[in-house]
Design a protein around this ligand. Sequence first.
Ligand code: F6R
Ligand code: MG
Ligand code: MG
Length: 365
Amino acid sequence: MTKTTISVIKADVGSVSGHGVAHPELLDICDEVLNDALETGLLNDYYITRCGDDIDMIMTHRNGEENEEVHKTAFDAFMKATQKARELKLYGAGQDLLSDTFSGNIKGMGPGVAEMEFKERPSDPVIVYCCDKTEPGAFNLPLYRIFADPFNTAGLVIDPSLHDGFKFEVFDVMEHRKVIMDCPEESYDLLALLGSTGRYVIKRIFKKNGEIAASVSTERLNLMAGQYVGKDDPAAIIRAQSGFPAAGEVIEPFAFPHLVGGWMRGSHNGPLMPTSQEEANPIRFDGPPRIIGLGFQINKSELVGPVDLFDDPAFDPTRQQAAQIATYMRRHGPFEPHRLPSEEMEYTSLPGVLTKLEDRFKKME
Ligand code: F6R
Ligand code: MG
Ligand code: MG
């Protein structure tokens, strides 16, 4: 049977009240463009959502990863939405589009991309996560826990189909190189890299037999453009059940609101707060960083669902804890570890301050 591809392509092309919330009219425009692609048969299905100021287009088709027409469709949708954003004078209109001419592949043009192609199982649950006000390295900790930590994923110990572990493909986003590591065999070496969330990021995870299990968008806009042009708020696709971690095991790590880089001006650490789609509004100090989760079943290249995974009172304590951590972190004001170390900040006046003080610095004895 022909394979199914899921492409999640996302961008911030303008929002309401600063970098807050993508305007509903922008989502409507994306819907029109993707609906046309459905009618021509390019796409088999799609679902559009938003997390904060980012629009996430979840598309299913049979054209494989990095398909030029699928990428162009996403690009066209973001271009049209940008026009509307400009008309409405929305904030940051077109902020994630680095060029207005499509160049064959949307990667490198600003939007984030997570894709995977696979042969559908008799029943194929897939979970999509979308974030705002954070970076791809925010997925390092939860993905490690899902695919490598038996204290999170019971199946790693008690399900023979998971017992062999998984392979992690890790990108070094500074040096543009990548490495594949085996888990559990190399778990300590893997953790040595993954702890540096601003530099080493999980791109994909595979079963030991090579089957795709997870895929993350890893575009770093700030590095690509040579200067800061917007956050690289990531998305991820994860397969669940029957040989993969159960849906509940894929969701469980987000009950802990771990600290991630991003938040105000992409320059602060803060807790990752899981919310429903409705509540994905990063308002307080432009945050705290948000994540939404959508659970689908893939049926003959169509999307059944979604279930809004964090629209669940079981996550209320996590949100409360995240709000408390937000308050605690905020009390540090401009001090680390709330403020990111200077090399990780996306806004900094430090070089200017140092230049100004250059003559006044005296050698110490
Ligand atoms: C963080 C983010 C916001 C902005 C902040 C300043 O990812 O999008 O926190 O960095 O609102 O925005 P500008 O510089 O556009 O005024
Ligand atoms: Mg924005
Ligand atoms: Mg954003």
